[in-house]
Design a protein around this ligand. Structure first.
Ligand code: SF4
Length: 201
């Protein structure tokens, strides 16, 4: 995939941008950049597929509520991620123009990407890229969210079929906060990591 257009558009919006052929080389880049510090990771199949917890834990204190350390509670993992110097998340959708969309149920992931950390990395597998904002939002709502609902096994109509969003009002609804970065937030030292491989949902 040719990332030149999206890379240029993201740079115009103020992001640092790095490009990799696959998740392995992107993970190696992050391991080289992130050393002797604290790291938080948001719920992310991309991060899991890249083995980021294991790779970054070699030289950092990594906090991830998906992978608790021995004796660590989920609340401690959330707090560790919230207070970390570096935060890593993937995205649910991104347009060629560089609008970045994330949908969250608890709100920790969207909150942590926008403010508070010294450095934020946003991981983008090529499957997350859509031609425009409407299609990026469509894929975030109708592909990423139903697949995540299925993975978690919640009692929502999308989890039953995995085919689309039903805009449910289920108590188990996982889509509760939508965050779009139209431009890079002013306080965010944010780098977008484009990866030429299908990763995550
Ligand atoms: S709003 Fe409801 S139906 Fe739509 S993706 Fe989210 S959980 Fe599924």
């Amino acid at each position: 995939m040719d990332f030149s257009t999206i890379k240029a558009n993201l740079e115009k919006k103020g992001y640092a941008v790095s490009v990799f052929e696959n998740g392995t080389s992107a993970a190696q880049y992050l391991a080289d950049k992130i050393k002797n510090t604290t790291v938080g990771i948001g719920g992310s199949m991309t991060a899991r597929q890249m083995n980021l917890f294991e790779i970054l834990s070699a030289e950092n204190d990594v906090n991830w509520h998906w992978q608790l350390k021995e004796g660590q509670s989920a609340a401690q993992a959330y707090a560790g991620a919230r207070n970390a110097a570096v935060y890593i998340s993937s995205v649910n959708g991104i347009s060629e123009k560089g609008e970045i969309i994330n949908i969250d149920g608890t709100g920790n992931r969207v909150a942590e990407t926008i403010y508070n950390h010294e450095k934020v990395y946003l991981l983008v597998g090529k499957n997350k890229i859509a031609p425009d904002f409407e299609k990026a939002m469509w894929r975030a709502r109708n592909i990423a969210s139903p697949k995540n609902a299925q993975r978690i096994g919640v009692a929502t109509p999308c989890a039953a079929k995995g085919d689309k969003c039903y805009d449910c009002n289920s108590p188990a609804r996982i889509c509760r906060a939508f965050l779009t970065f139209m431009e890079k937030p002013n306080g965010c030292n944010c780098e977008v990591v484009l990866i030429n491989e299908e990763l995550g949902y």
